[in-house]
Design a protein. Structure first.
Lengths: 113, 114
């Protein structure tokens, strides 16, 4: 079945560092891909999405490009802030999971001032 | 719009007790889902619904029941609570826009079973 694999955390960076969180997926057909963010004590919020190959999703300085050839959707940000500390989830919808969203296990990000 | 609301925020149960976690949305979304979140395991789908009167099992349905009598409400019932059901539970609703689901999550219910 469809699945999402993302890098293990926790990831700890200094403020203004460059961030990459890796995400790869397995799916039949052409899924849509998402990054969700969960701040402490809250539910998940959609951060960005991409619906077809080579699309780039972006929001709040974060970017991710849908790479069909490598089945990847890596999250990047050029200069992280303390307020970016959260858990980040990669997810997909579509393929054999048209009515469901499949989530990765999450990556905890901590930013040091 | 209130979005997706969940009650209660916190709950402690004894083993064997039953209870219902409430979830409601006011966005007229057809799809609703229940997830549990455990440390290191991300979100696991318990049950989902693609419309009023229609429900289906997710990845970890055992010990839970759902029903969807209205578009707005999607309660999750724990039939006989077990310590393994200690978790944070999230309800979500979504709509399909050009084939893409965009999910909206509630704030979660933290459940402890002793």
């Amino acid at each position: 079945g469809d699945s999402v694999t993302q890098m293990e955390g926790p990831v700890t960076l200094s403020e203004e560092a460059f961030l990459t969180i890796n995400c790869t997926y397995t799916a039949t057909g052409y899924p849509s891909l998402f990054w969700y963010v969960q701040y402490p004590g809250e539910g998940l919020q959609l951060l960005l999405k991409a619906t077809k190959a080579d699309d780039k999703g972006s929001n709040k300085g974060f970017e991710a490009t849908y790479r069909k050839e490598t089945t990847s959707f890596h999250l990047e940000k050029g200069s992280v802030q303390v307020s970016d500390s959260a858990v980040y989830f990669c997810a997909l919808n579509g393929g054999s999971s048209a009515s469901k969203i499949i989530f990765g296990s999450g990556t905890r990000l901590s930013i040091r001032p | 719009n209130a979005g997706v609301t969940q009650t209660p925020k916190f709950q402690v149960l004894k083993t064997g007790q039953s209870m219902t976690l409430q979830c409601a949305q006011d966005m007229n979304h057809e799809y609703m889902s229940w997830y549990r979140q455990d440390p290191g395991m991300g979100l696991r789908l318990i049950h989902y619904s693609v419309g009023a009167g229609i429900t289906d099992q997710g990845e970890v349905p055992n010990g839970y029941n759902v029903s969807r009598s209205t578009t707005e409400d999607f309660p999750l019932r724990l039939l006989s609570a077990a310590p393994s059901q200690t978790s944070v539970y999230f309800c979500a609703s979504s709509y399909r826009d050009e084939g893409v689901h965009e999910q909206y999550f509630g704030p979660g219910t933290r459940l402890t079973v002793t």
